[in-house]
Ligand binder design. Structure first.
Ligand SMILES: [Zn+2]
Ligand SMILES: [Zn+2]
Length: 605
């Protein structure tokens, strides 16, 4: 007997081994096998008859019984094909690490083919109290439920909530490996009916008609770096259809992809009474000299909020990458792609991140002929300085969870948790629960709105909406902007998501952005700039050979040893890319590295 084993490596094919006499082994089980001079853990993807004396034998079993069923292996194959990841890497990311003692404490056999009941439409929960509604559903439903969160911290919070309903287990990396493996087993055996985890729990064994819950489906963190490069939402939607499972999605501001599905009738979205909402005002900062980050209305609101002994959040941004007019607020955009040009001070040029168009810096604004075109920037430090000068007695703290880690990060977080005024980036909003603030304000969100990313509008909406949800109903949200009429701000002011998605989907449809077409970023790297250029040109030519793809020219990224090509395609984009690049990606060609990311969520700046 021969076993085909897939390893956590960027190779497409599996490796064949002889199954030692007396072993019983099935696909979906992990084994140790010799590979390039070491013994490594791999997933058995096929077992077949045959005797090849040349083949090396498997070294050791890891799981006493399969951790993945045949249906789950099929799903793994689908994920790998859609994301151009290897099957082995996909398994490694979506199955918990083996328990410390191999085969002891191994996961028991996965269930057989689940009963075929009709798939139910996924449901999207938006609006106030959506997480409470999830808990109510889980309380009243007797079946098994798995809650997937975007990060370990959120998964831990959900595990605590679930524990109030019944025995709940954790499947994320926040708990020891043995505990994860035991949780996987408990879920399968029915010893636990409630589980929480992150992306690595997406394939956890669930009985037919169990409920899968994806918290904050719009979060980019649901697509972490590393294989398989696929958003958890896409895995969850596919799994729910195949098994079938009841799928519940929550979002404050759904992704355009999910909103589109809901509008098309593929996802149910229950209409809800709008919850409490703060007073939202938008302060027009066009034509205002940018020496002072606080407009008079914002200064006044901070003073009043502090006097009432309530808390203030001031949102700032770390980006500084595009050029805008100080007079009229217009941002300099690529005419063909409609996204903001990226501003390079060093090169004194504007470059389009999609099509690669490059222009010298203009002298005047095309919209108003004003002569003050400046890169935008109110960083946290400058804002803090201005706030301290005006409010010397307030406890003020800066907090950017993405830039400060370790002990220093912890100290900053503690200071922010106790401060009257927190000046922070998007991640800092997580410090505050619903309605915890008296005032939230954005100093200059235009920077986010003008980011060279077609999702800039969606990101801005998500940020402003998340802030509004954290302000008490008798509090205020103030948005200072040079684009006061932007539909993202209108939507927040009116507490109406429709107000945003109507124009946003029109824009996406017109320019062929997701959800209407799919995007991929192909990155080429080599040791020498010349090699990189040749490789990028070969990739570009191969892609241009497919009539269904729109291919933009290669653009250097950061250094001239890396070049990036953006391609647009339709539903079959992964297959198109795979076929076009198969020959170029053959290992050992010594040409460099070709990296493909399908459906990118974070634009690679
Ligand atoms: Zn362009
Ligand atoms: Zn202008």
């Amino acid at each position: 007997m021969i076993a085909d084993v897939a390893f956590d490596a960027p190779v497409r094919h599996s490796f064949s081994y002889r199954i030692p006499d007396g072993w019983s082994l099935a696909p979906g089980q992990r084994a140790r096998a010799p590979l390039r001079g070491a013994t490594r853990v791999g997933m058995v993807v096929a077992v077949r008859d045959g005797a090849d004396a040349e083949l090396k034998p498997l070294a050791r079993l890891v799981d006493a019984e399969p951790v993945l069923s045949g249906a789950q292996l099929d799903l793994v194959n689908w994920i790998a094909a859609q994301s151009l990841s290897s099957v082995g890497s996909t398994c490694a990311a979506l199955v918990p690490p083996p328990a410390s003692a191999d085969t002891e404490g191994a996961v028991s056999r996965a269930r057989g083919v689940p009963g075929r009941s009709a798939p139910r439409k996924p449901e999207l929960l938006v609006g106030a109290g959506r997480e409470k509604r999830v808990l109510e559903r889980l309380e009243t439903a007797p079946g098994t439920a798995l809650v997937i969160a975007a990060d370990v911290e959120t998964a831990a919070r959900w595990a605590q909530r679930l524990a109030k309903i019944g025995r709940a287990v954790r499947l994320d990396s926040g708990v020891p490996d043995d505990e994860r493996a035991a949780a996987w087993r408990a879920l399968h055996d029915g010893a636990a009916r409630l589980a929480a985890g992150t992306r690595s729990a997406l394939l956890a064994p669930l009985p037919p008609s169990a409920m899968l819950v994806l918290i904050d489906e719009h979060e980019a963190a649901h697509k972490p770096p590393g294989a398989p490069r696929m958003h958890s939402r896409d895995v969850a939607l596919e799994r729910a259809t195949r098994e079938p499972l009841a799928l519940l999605l929550t979002a404050a501001t759904p992704s355009a992809e999910v909103w589109w599905r809901a509008e098309s009738g593929l996802i149910d979205m229950a209409a809800r009474e709008p919850g409490p909402w703060p007073a939202v005002s938008i302060a027009d900062t066009r034509g205002i000299l940018r020496r002072e980050p606080l407009t008079p209305p914002l200064s006044r609101a901070i003073r009043e909020t502090l006097a009432a002994k309530r808390r203030v959040f001031l949102g700032v941004s770390r980006l500084s990458s595009s050029l805008a007019c100080d007079e009229c607020g217009a941002v300099v955009r690529c005419a063909a792609c409609a996204i903001a040009f990226a501003y390079s001070r060093a090169a004194a040029r504007l470059v389009c991140r999609v099509c690669g168009a490059s222009h010298p810096l203009p002298d005047t604004c095309a919209a108003c002929h004003g002569r003050r075109l400046t890169p935008f920037g109110w960083g946290a430090e400058r804002v803090e300085h201005a706030v301290r000068r005006r409010f010397p007695d307030a406890r003020i703290a800066r907090w950017d969870p993405d830039s400060a880690r370790g002990a220093r990060g912890e100290a900053q977080r503690a200071a922010a948790a106790a401060a009257d005024v927190v000046i922070g980036t998007r991640g800092a909003l997580r410090l505050f629960g619903p309605a915890a603030l008296g005032l939230a304000a954005f100093v200059a969100p235009d920077q986010l709105l003008r980011a060279p990313d077609f999702r800039a509008g969606e990101r801005t909406l998500a940020l402003a909406w998340a802030a509004a949800e954290r302000v008490a109903a008798d509090g205020a949200l103030i948005i200072q902007s040079q684009n006061p009429g932007h539909y993202a701000f209108e939507a927040v002011a009116k507490q109406s998501l429709h107000e945003f998605y109507r124009p946003e989907l029109k824009f996406r449809a017109e320019l062929g952005y997701p959800p209407f077409r799919r995007l991929a970023v192909v990155t080429t790297r080599a040791r020498q700039p010349d090699e990189t250029r040749r490789l990028a040109e070969a990739v570009s030519a191969a892609l241009r050979g497919r009539k269904d793809l729109t291919v933009y020219p290669p653009v250097p990224v950061r250094s001239d040893r890396t070049r990036r090509i953006v391609a647009k395609g339709d539903a079959d984009l992964p297959r198109q890319l795979d076929e076009a690049l198969r020959d170029l990606k053959t290992p050992g060609a010594g040409r460099g590295i070709i990296d493909v990311e399908v459906d990118p969520v974070e634009w690679p700046f």
